[in-house]
Structures are given as C-alpha cells and as structure tokens.
Design a protein around this ligand. Sequence first.
Ligand code: C5P
Length: 420
Amino acid sequence: MNIIVAIGGGIAAYKTLWLIRLLKKENHQVKVILTQNAMHFVTVTSVETLSENPVCVDLWSTSETSSHENEHNMHHISLAKWADFIVIAPATANRISLLAQGNCQDLLGNVIMASKVPLAIAPAMNRQMWENPAVQKNISILKERNVEIFGPARGSQACGDVGEGRLLEPEEMMAEIDRWVRPMTPTFSHLLITAGSTQEPIDPVRYISNSSSGRMGIEIANYAYQCGIDVTLVYADINPKLLDGLASNIKRVCVQTAQQMLVAVENQIHQGRVENKPYEMFIACAAVSDYRPAQYSEQKIKKTNENSFTLELMKNPDIIRQVALDKKEGLPYCAGFALESENLLQNAEKKLKEKKMDIIFANPVNSINAQLSSITALWQVGENMVSKDFSYDEKSENAKYVLQLLCQNYVKNLREQKTI
Ligand code: C5P
C-alpha cells in the first residue's frame, strides 16, 4: 500500500517517526509530508531516512536537502494520486480547523483536497484545547465527512497536564491503520450478491432486459472471496467468458427472471439461517427488470400487418426492498446500486430511503460499458446523509473500494446497534 504520513507541528511528532518505521516493516511504501511547523519538531533527514523517500515540505518543491529525484511543481496532484491511504499524525487543533474549512493554504491542504482515498487523523494537543467546543465542532464536521479519528488517548501530557489529548502510541496507530489498509481482514463472513441482468420472456425467443455486463458483481464477489468471505452469487445473463473469471469456490445460482432471482435470494437467506451461517451482507448488484410481460406467449408471436404492437407489462418484485423489509434479525446489511441518467444523487438517495437499503452506490449511466467508473456511496448516519466518492481506472479497483467501505460500515452499523 502507498501511504502518506503527514506530520503536523506538535511535540508528539517524535512518535510518528516510529510509526513510519512500523509501516515500512509491514512493507508499505511511505511518503511523508512535513508541515512548516512540524519541521520545528522533527528533521527532514530523520524522515527521509526512515521513509526511504524524499520528504515533501511545500507546494513548490520537495525538500532541498533531498538526495532523491525531484518532483514537478504539480506534486500535490501526483502525491494525491499515488496514495492509497493518508494519515495525519499528530493532527493539531490548527490542522483540524484547516481540514474542517477545506483550507488549501499549504501542500497538505492541497493533497487532501485532491485525494479521494481514506483519510485518518490522529489528534494530539493539550487537554483544554481538545475539549474546546471549536475543536469538538471541527471534529464532528470531519466525522460527518467520514474522516477516521484515531484517539486521542488520555494520560500525562508533554505540557504537564493530565487528560485527553495524547497522541496514540505508534503501535496503536499502526493497529488502526491496519484495519483500513487491510480490508483483506473482512468484518463479515457470508456474502450474498446478485449480478447480471434479468431477462423477462415475451415468447420463446424474445425478452425484455437491461444493459448490464455483470462485471462489477463478479469483481466484488472475487475480491470478497480473496478476502476469505464465503460468497454466493445469484446471477442472470452473464457472458460465459466473464463467468469463467469467477473464483471456482464461489457458490453460484443461475436464474433468468426477476421472480426467479427473488426466490433464489430468499432461499439462500433462509438456508443460511437454517445452517447457522447467516448472510451478514446482501449486495444487490443485478440490473433487475422493473416490469415483465403480463402474458407469456408459448408460441413465437407473429408479425401482423398492424403498424403498432402493444405489450402489457406488470411490475416485478423489488428484490432488495423485499430483503430489507424482511430483516427480522437485523441482518443482512443491504447494499444496492443506482444507475441513473439524471439527478444521480437525488434519485439514489430517494432509492436508498424507499427501498430501506443501508447503503447505495450511485453510478452515472455512462459507466455501464466504461472501464473508468465513478461511484458515490451514500448512507445515513443518524439524520445526516453521508457520501463518499471514488473512481478508479479499473472496475476491479472500485470493487475493492466498495467492499472495503462495506466492511467498515458493517462494523459501524453493528456498533450503533450495540450488537458488538
Ligand atoms: O430501481 P432500480 O432498479 O434503479 O434500483 C436499483 C437497485 O435495486 C439495485 O441495487 C438493484 O439490484 C435493485 N433492484 C432489485 N429488484 C428490482 C429492481 C432493482 O433488487 N426489482
């Protein structure tokens, strides 16, 4: 993993040197941003030696003392693109305030603004400062934006006070980072996922369907399987070549129509409960036809001399809604997708609420066949709607991010329900 460690100007900065060492021991690539104030506490030489990378100190250059290759003036963008994860430790009251404002006065502010990867901050300050309502307000703003807050810890402080505001110990920060950079350690064990597009037959040779390759579902299923999750895929109409890429130990159930998909999904959920292996997560990735022909013709419908042909349609069951409504035991956590040609986020939010999903991933319609897909995840925290954007060049990367977010949200959800 490529990790940016940003060091703020606080006395606790010395602990972050050990954190860099721990990250390197785990074979992470580390680039360090030192804020101007941080350079009063730790030196460029220590940081470069430990991180084995040139240190980044301001918007216009890497450190003058760096013996490594020079980067261009746009290095806030290249740094943001390079990173898989960013942690700011120590995060001072000033830095927390700058983050809450979206302030871009320095290199770190610009990198954060240009980045979509998970951001964590480890606050460290005097206990009175930490308790200050302004700091607490800024922390709650950052939490709403889904910034992870590591600590702070309680104890004796460098200023002589005793209280909350100590930077976590390097090992504790490392453990927190591990939870993020290793989505490979899944937080749930059984995943049920739908993929592909249902076909609603009109007659033996014709049907109504949607445009969906099923690739996203396959990528998510494969990645979940690699992470050690037991996966069942219920799918309709996926190209056999694509299906060849599905890990062979993934249980698969092939269906054609929306009604069959609902039955298969409900059967799986029931079976999981009976076998004491309940699905904790349901991801509805399939493009399900909203309507099906009211009548199926056993024989191929013949062309007539009329200029028009009317086909009566009736509504299909909504699979994810049905599962979400049936959450007797609070499980599974339900994740859906919304593909929209207009008002993407408004429509996705409406679906999230109407279908009682726990989270929705909104895609613009042009992502169907595109390699690059941008996704916005939306979910509710209390009364507030939280959103997170991400887009990678590969659908497989997006699938990783989807699963990573689901692992995190699944645990947060259990904590909110006080189940753990
Ligand atoms: O309503 P719409 O099809 O846009 O909703 C998208 C989400 O709902 C997807 O997650 C899709 O898999 C799911 N869905 C479903 N059953 C339907 C229609 C959609 O599970 N009948």
